[in-house]
Structures are given as structure tokens and as C-alpha cells.
Design a protein around this ligand. Structure first.
Ligand SMILES: [Zn+2]
Length: 247
């Protein structure tokens, strides 16, 4: 028993809990002939900030291999030691994506759009799950009045367009940070990019920001309301125009 790792013990405890539920239900153990679902349940969580209703929606998770230099100020060994200490899998970074719907009572705004149909396809449904979570939460994409973008990485903007190139939120104005838009749409900045993930980022922004997207796009400034009740604040660093929003 003392050779069991904590993770194995937790798994054993979880299996025990399942057995207990079957026993409590009074049924015979299942014959395991039922098809396994093979995918995660849609996820959303709702709460209030004053009179404003917030719904956090899960878009899934991205699993990225940790290479040397993945964390710029720590070695791979140091990163793995931190993962071990947190009982997390070594050598991989799992990043969850959670876009947010803000219902102010007069406006229905979505903050960030997840990885979209393209992410869903390339990850085999591990991410790109926002449409599934929206449906589970009873939110029609056509009812979204405004999409507020925090920054231009793919896991935040790719969900603006569907696989067929049409707008995923056809009635929404697309509100983007002015500083972020200026950086990523600047051909000079693009020509000076050297890191592969930044070079890819520029290409991706130009793919997603089709004429249909640009037609609906309006920039917002830090320190001002993006929509009534939601103020943008400057949080550059992750990207030059990265923004947070205070409800
Ligand atoms: Zn990012």
C-alpha cells in the first residue's frame, strides 16, 4: 500500500466511489456493453456581478508538448519539477479555454471565441467546443450583440468564423483592442517577426480577419467602456495590446 502513488490512490478512491454508487442504486453491476461516450460533457458556469449575469463556457483544452524554451525563464527540468509538485502530467502543458458571456440586461456580449471549427477538427474535438457549450447553456450565437476580443491569439479569435468562412456570430459587432489591432495588422511588424509562433500568429490573424469580419469590427481603447458596464484595462505583455475587462 505504501508503494502506491497519491495519483493511483486517488484513482482507486474514485473507482471505489463509482462502485458505491452502483451498490446504492440497488442494481446489478452493468455488463459494460453500453457504448462509451468518448468525449467530455459540455461545461458552463453562471454567476452574477451585481445585476449583470456572467456565463463562463468551456471551449476545451489544448495539450502542448513542453520543449526547452517553452517557458522563457525556466528550464524544462524546472517546469517538470513544478508539474510533479502539482500532481500534473510531465512534459505537457494543458491549457483550458474558457470564453465568457456577459448579459448586462440590454446587451449580450461574448468575450473571446475559442479555437473554432478549425480547432475542433485539428484537436479531434478536444477544443473548439464553445458552440456545444453555448447550446448547452441555451445561448443562441445569433443572439450575441457584441464579441469582445482580449487579444489576437488563435484560441481567442479563431472562433469568429466557421469552417465555411461565415461569421459564427452573425449579428454581433466585433470589438477589438486598438493597440492589438494596430500591431497585428501592421505589415512592418509582420515582416520583422522571427519567432515561428509569432510568424504563424500574423498569418492566422490575416486568415481570420476576412472582409466580413473587418466590416463589423470596431476598436476600443483602454480606460473606456467597451459596452455599458464593461471597462477595458491595459494588460499588455502576453501580446502588445492584450486587454482585460472589468465588469
Ligand atoms: Zn494568448
Amino acid at each position: 500500500m505504501d508503494s502506491l502513488s497519491r495519483r493511483a490512490l486517488l484513482s482507486a478512491a474514485a473507482a471505489g466511489a463509482t462502485t458505491a454508487v452502483v451498490a446504492a442504486a440497488g442494481g446489478r453491476p452493468a455488463l459494460a456493453a453500453a457504448p462509451q461516450s468518448g468525449q467530455q460533457a459540455p461545461g458552463f458556469y453562471r454567476y452574477k456581478v451585481g445585476s449583470i449575469e456572467i456565463t463562463v463556457l468551456n471551449d476545451g483544452v489544448s495539450r502542448m508538448p513542453i520543449t526547452d524554451g517553452f517557458v522563457e525563464n525556466a528550464t524544462k527540468d524546472e517546469v517538470n519539477a513544478a508539474l510533479d509538485a502539482a500532481f500534473l502530467e510531465r512534459d505537457f502543458y494543458a491549457g483550458p479555454y474558457n470564453p465568457i458571456v456577459i448579459n448586462t440586461g440590454t446587451k449580450l456580449a461574448l468575450v473571446d471565441t475559442g479555437t473554432g471549427d478549425e480547432g475542433f477538427k485539428s484537436s479531434k474535438g478536444i477544443n473548439g467546443r464553445l458552440p456545444i457549450s453555448l447550446a448547452a447553456a441555451g445561448i443562441d450565437p445569433a443572439s450575441i450583440d457584441a464579441v469582445i476580443i482580449s487579444h489576437y491569439h488563435g484560441d481567442h479569435i479563431n472562433g469568429l468564423i466557421k469552417a465555411d468562412g461565415l461569421l459564427a456570430f452573425p449579428n454581433a459587432e466585433i470589438l477589438v483592442p486598438a493597440a492589438e489591432h494596430k500591431f497585428w495588422m501592421d505589415d512592418g511588424e509582420m515582416s520583422r517577426a522571427t519567432k515561428p509562433r509569432v510568424v504563424f500568429g500574423f498569418k492566422n490573424v490575416r486568415r481570420v480577419f476576412s472582409s466580413e469580419v473587418l466590416k463589423r469590427l470596431r476598436t476600443y481603447d483602454w480606460g473606456k467602456d467597451v459596452i455599458g458596464g464593461v471597462t477595458a484595462i491595459a494588460t499588455p505583455g502576453h501580446t502588445p495590446g492584450h486587454s482585460a475587462h472589468v465588469v
